[in-house]
Structures are given as structure tokens and as C-alpha cells.
Design a protein around this ligand. Sequence first.
Ligand code: PEP
Ligand code: CO
Length: 451
Amino acid sequence: MTISESTWTPSSWRSFPAGQQPEWPDPDALAAARDRLRALPPLVFAGEARALLAALGEVCEGRAFLLQAGDCVESFREISAPGIREKLKVLLQMSAVLTYGATLPVVRVGRIAGQFAKPRTSATEVVDGVELPSFRGHVVHSDAPTAEARVPDPERLIHGYYQAASTLNLLRAFTKGGFADLSLVHTWNREFVAGSPSGQRYEALAGEIGRALRFMQAIGIDLEREPTLHEVDVWTSHEGLLLDYEEPLTRTDSLTGEPYDCSAHMLWIGDRTRELDGAHVEFFSGIRNPIGVKLGPTATPEGVCALAERLNPDRVPGRLTLITRMGAEHVRDLLPPLLSAMRETEIPVVWACDPMHANLVRTPSGTKTRHFDSIMAEVQGFFASHREVGTWPGGVHIEFTGDDVTECLGGSTEVLEDQLDHRYETLCDPRLNGRQSLDLAFRVAELMRAV
Ligand code: PEP
Ligand code: CO
């Protein structure tokens, strides 16, 4: 038992410095919002978090692959069924490509149903020539470009809970209610994707899956009775940034007596809040969910080993996912020392590659974007580093949307710089569109086959 484990409570993080928390103007209103959250039902169950832990344990052992994907930040304005369905379609397509291409189970985790808060490098941002407090997500304030709109409002924590509940409800219906049936693999290809090279490749793959299913039926396997052909698990995750939201949703599991943060199945600590003696690490050390930590270029081998010791002292496979985001140019230098040092500790971890967050660039006109080639270069560097050290490249963590947006450059149906403003809709970072996401899945499946 670690020292903090004996003193840990859902609120013990309050004695530690907490980075990236909004400056809520009214502490009483914040306390009242916390009380209301505490009285609401859990969004997920501890048993589900344990099922995900077991699935991630398989990834840890090199027997499965993690696909974690979704919006940079979910919007309170977008909660329509089609929006969620289209995102799910792309996620299902990507996981079909990865499963079939690499013949390994894929653990699907959405950045969804709670990904509402953003850490920011700078406290202010300039919108149309006016300096404003930086946008921190709809669970904190409105994105409207006025100083009044940017004042944090704790009522939004409650709104966030209900939006997460509605999203999760729909996700459960889609994944368990027939939509994710493998016999519908063709229908996940959307029109704007179908004509692209990857869309056509996907059609061919869907045809092969269909043939495989008919073959199984022909030799007498009763496909109706195989639940895995008709339903899938899509787990939820978000950055556990706002501790005033996570604390009241932390509940004691009646079966084991252990604390679980029931706002999502998995939570992660962002690159800006992973200090060993900070509030986030304290809070995450006590919850029993599977958790992640983002590791950017400033992560050192000693620092990562110390974090892993603190967050996974019992060495539970699947408990800790280290999500590296080093940048295409630095991954080959910075990642192998971390992999080697961690291997020495024998603390089991899942290694996942976030090829998005360290490959952000601005166009001459100031638009934030990412180039598909840089994203792929970081993924390749990730696989090459694992091959060099002999560790398992366990997964990818990406930002995407199901829509035909033009936020990231490149891809097989190239998005060009002068097209970025056609459909640039993200509230925060640029996301891969449906075609680019499928392009990435095919390329990752090829890299996995070569491991
Ligand atoms: C994110 O995942 O959206 C994010 C802010 O990442 P990071 O903490 O790695 O910068
Ligand atoms: Co982001």
C-alpha cells in the first residue's frame, strides 16, 4: 500500500495543487452543483469498468489492440442521434479494418459521453482581435467570443452530466440494439467515404467479411446464437480534468467496496496535469477504473516510472495506459528510452500512440491544422520504437469525427490548405474526417501485420 492509499478519499486531491481548474466565481454555487451531482445515479457501473480493465489487460499482454477515438471536445450544441451514429459508424469501420487486417481483437474506447473540458496552454486567446479567457469547454462556459460568456458557470457541470447520460444511452442502444451487427458491415460506409480509395478498399473488406459469415453458416454454425456477431462494446472515456465533476461521481462499488469514478469507464490525465505531486495524480491513484496518462516530449524515463509506480503499485495489467504524443520529428528519439525504462520496472502498461497532439501546425492565415502525413509519421515512429525495444505497440488514440469536415490536411482524398475553411467545425483541435480516419485504420492495420 502506498502512503497516499491509506489516506485517499475522493476529495483528498484538495490538499494538492490542481492545475487547469476554472476560476469558478461563486464557491457556494460550485458546492451546490457538486451536491447535486453526488445525488445523481452513476453513469457507468464498476463492473463495466472492470470488464474494460480485463480487455485492456489483453492489450497489455499483446493479444489485443486499443482504438481510442473521438472528438477533441464534445459540444453542448451537438447531441443529435445522427451525429452520434455517424461517429459510431466510423469507429466500427475502423475497428473492422483493424480486426480483420491484423486478426486481433480491438478494444473500442470513445472519447465520448463526457469529453467536455479542455486544458489550455495559455489563459487567454485572441478572437477577432479581442483578448478573452481561453475556451475551456462547454462544461465550463460558452464558446461565444465575449468576456461575459467566458465566465465559468457551475450549472454547466449538471448539463454535462445529463448530456453524457443521453449520449451514453444512445451509444448503448446503437451498440447493443442491432446497429453494430456484423452482417451490416457494408452499411457503415457512408456516401462521402464510399467513393474514396479507402472507402473502396473497405467495400472489398466488407465483402470478404460477408463471405466469411456465409461460410460459417454453410458449415453449420448458428450465427444467430453468437452474440459477438450482433453486439459490440464501445466504452466511454474522457480527460478527467475537472476534479469538481469527477469527485462527486466517484462511488463505492457495492460488490468490492472500492471507489470507482462512475462518470466514464476509463479516464485519463492530460499532459499538462500529470505532476507526480499534483491533485490529478492523487485523485487518479485512488479510483479503480482503468486510467491513462498522456506523455508529451517533456516526459523523462524516471518521471514516467515514478508515475507508473504511483498509479499502478499493484501491477494490474490493463490498469494503466501510457498515451505518448511526442511529435513526428521526435518520437524516434524520445520514445525508446521511455519504453526501455518502463520495461525494467516490470510494471505492466498499455502503450498507445496519440499522433495528434504534438503535430499541430498553423497555416499562414492562422488556422490550426494537422497534416495526415505527420500523423502517420508519428504512428510509424511509434511502431518502429516498439519494434526496436521489443515492446507491444498496444493502440492508437485519435481525434476524429464522422462528418465530412476539412480540418486536417492530406489523406488519400486530399484536403488542401485552401479548402480548410470549407467545413472547419471543431470547437478546439482539428479532427480527421471519416475518410482520413479510414485511411489511417488501413495504414495502422498494415503496420500491425508487420509487428
Ligand atoms: C487532448 O487529448 O485533447 C489533449 C488536450 O491532449 P494532451 O493532454 O495530450 O495535450
Ligand atoms: Co485535442
